[in-house]
Design a protein around this ligand. Structure first.
Ligand SMILES: *[C@@H]1O[C@H](CO)[C@@H](O)[C@H](O)[C@H]1NC(C)=O
Ligand SMILES: *[C@@H]1O[C@H](CO)[C@@H](O)[C@H](O)[C@H]1NC(C)=O
Ligand SMILES: *[C@@H]1O[C@H](CO)[C@@H](O)[C@H](O)[C@H]1NC(C)=O
Ligand SMILES: *[C@@H]1O[C@H](CO)[C@@H](O)[C@H](O)[C@H]1NC(C)=O
Ligand SMILES: *[C@@H]1O[C@H](CO)[C@@H](O)[C@H](O)[C@H]1NC(C)=O
Ligand SMILES: *[C@@H]1O[C@H](CO)[C@@H](O)[C@H](O)[C@H]1NC(C)=O
Ligand SMILES: *[C@@H]1O[C@H](CO)[C@@H](O)[C@H](O)[C@H]1NC(C)=O
Ligand SMILES: *[C@@H]1O[C@H](CO)[C@@H](O)[C@H](O)[C@H]1NC(C)=O
Length: 367
């Protein structure tokens, strides 16, 4: 670590400065590009997400998945992914976890009292860039003597599913989704699409009075808790699912090669997504804000010190050390009193003390 290489006196100086520089609230952090909206109805979002606005790069143009369509004919307006026709409503977008919650449909297979098919639907979902979260969703099927499948494509086609068996209402354990009246299974990683299919072994004959339909869905883990009463009909038609968002297609190593398209800005790092193909940016520890925007990650300046051997000025935010680069190389000093004088100069610039990094950096550049 950098600190270990510093001469002792600088370390001592650093220690005394840590006490001197107090923490002040950071500036209001910009979350979108200038002139771009950051909300649609109840949804607030930040760059790389954005709405179409003539003449500005409000969203990450390389992928339409970041374009939010705002239907303002409803009150409040309703946000959709991939345009209004997609019917793919956005419930919220989390920056911390790189997740989007969206609405998805429930698959059903219903019969009449004599075992004739009454209604069947098999919902599907295709996401061009973002994978379905394998950590935050479950595939759930409800019904008796039924099965449900979740099929998709991860390079090759695959199919997962579960089955639920029960002959009478009293077999079913209320509150327990464990294969009798209700079953659940996990979602594989790297899944960008699915088809849900629900079927019955005997057209619900013999159980029709309490269970005329089988149904299945992918939903955020914890959204549904099974109750015996749900066998009669689903308590909802639409469920929330969690999708992981990322800058698609490239790994960090590939993305860094092209600085014009690399999305992680200063004071942030890049991680390859754990689910799906792409990368995600995170502000360094101690910094907050939007790592996808220039100067988006802001931290509170916690110390400032000199490294005489290299004649560069250093500053520290949380556990990260930065030097100010060439901008202050003109500063000449050799002896302690002069160091002290310099520090005092900066100390008296009360614009520096405890201000957010953006201000400090701007000020140092200006010096
Ligand atoms: C928007 O927020 C209001 C107040 O929190 C809530 O009552 C309403 O259901 C929300 N509407 C939508 C479409 O989520
Ligand atoms: C709704 O959106 C349309 C087109 O995007 C726009 O022309 C109109 O001004 C908007 N209306 C409101 C009330 O925001
Ligand atoms: C059971 O349902 C299927 C359609 O889901 C239908 O083709 C078949 O005829 C039904 N069987 C009976 C006995 O009604
Ligand atoms: C059940 O559905 C079948 C096939 O659609 C139909 O022939 C039969 O009349 C229906 N039975 C009842 C009781 O509705
Ligand atoms: C999902 O269903 C569509 C038609 O509804 C079909 O074209 C597609 O191949 C199916 N995908 C999988 C992975 O089964
Ligand atoms: C099952 O449990 C739920 C919630 O605890 C309760 O509301 C419901 O009445 C119970 N149903 C039966 C049939 O016991
Ligand atoms: C970087 O990406 C831009 C936009 O896609 C492209 O025009 C440019 O050629 C790329 N540069 C390199 C060095 O690959
Ligand atoms: C990136 O930053 C996050 C947050 O500070 C940290 O947890 C993670 O380990 C860092 N990853 C790399 C590759 O530096």
């Amino acid at each position: 670590m950098l600190l270990h290489r510093l001469p002792l006196r600088v370390v001592l100086l650093l220690c005394s400065l840590v006490a001197l520089f107090s923490v002040v609230t950071a500036d209001v952090v910009q979350t979108t590009k200038p002139g771009c909206a950051n909300r649609c109805g109840n949804l607030t979002f930040a760059y790389p997400f954005g709405m179409n606005s003539a003449g500005s790069d409000c969203y990450f143009k390389e992928s339409d998945s970041f374009l939010i369509f705002c239907d303002n004919s409803t009150d409040p307006p309703t946000p959709y992914m991939y345009g209004r026709d997609s019917n793919f409503q956005i419930l919220d977008i989390s920056f911390e976890n790189h997740e989007i919650r969206v609405e998805a449909f429930v698959g059903r297979d219903c019969y009449n009292s004599s075992g004739g098919s009454l209604y069947k639907n098999e919902p599907w979902l295709i996401l061009p860039d973002f994978p379905i979260s394998s950590a935050k969703n479950k595939f759930i099927a409800v019904g008796c003597n039924m099965y449900a499948t979740f099929s998709g494509q991860r390079g090759r086609k695959y199919m997962a599913g579960c089955l639920s068996l029960c002959d009478s209402f009293s077999d079913v354990i209320n509150g327990s989704c464990s294969g009798i009246g209700c079953c659940e299974t996990s979602i594989p990683r790297d899944a960008y699409q699915y088809n849900i299919s629900v079927g019955s072994f005997n057209n619900h004959t013999g159980i029709w009075e309490f269970n005329p339909c089988g149904y299945a869905f992918v939903a955020e883990d914890g959204f549904f808790s099974f109750s015996k009463d749900n066998l009669y009909k689903p308590p909802f038609d639409i469920v929330p699912i969690v999708v992981d968002w990322l800058i698609p297609d490239q790994t960090c190593d590939d993305a860094k090669k092209n600085t014009t398209t690399y999305m992680c800005q200063e004071n942030s790092n890049c991680t390859d997504a754990e689910n799906g193909k792409g990368y995600q940016c995170h502000c360094f520890e101690g910094f907050q804000g939007n790592p996808y925007l220039q100067n988006g990650c802001q931290g509170t300046f916690s110390s400032l010190f000199i490294r005489p051997s290299e004649q560069v000025f250093m500053y520290r935010i949380a556990d990260h050390y930065f030097n100010t680069g060439e901008h202050v190389k003109w500063i000449q000093w050799h002896e302690k009193p002069r160091e002290r004088k310099l520090i005092e100069t900066f100390k008296s610039e009360d614009q520096i003390l405890g201000k957010s990094t953006k201000k400090v950096i701007n000020l140092l550049h200006w010096y």
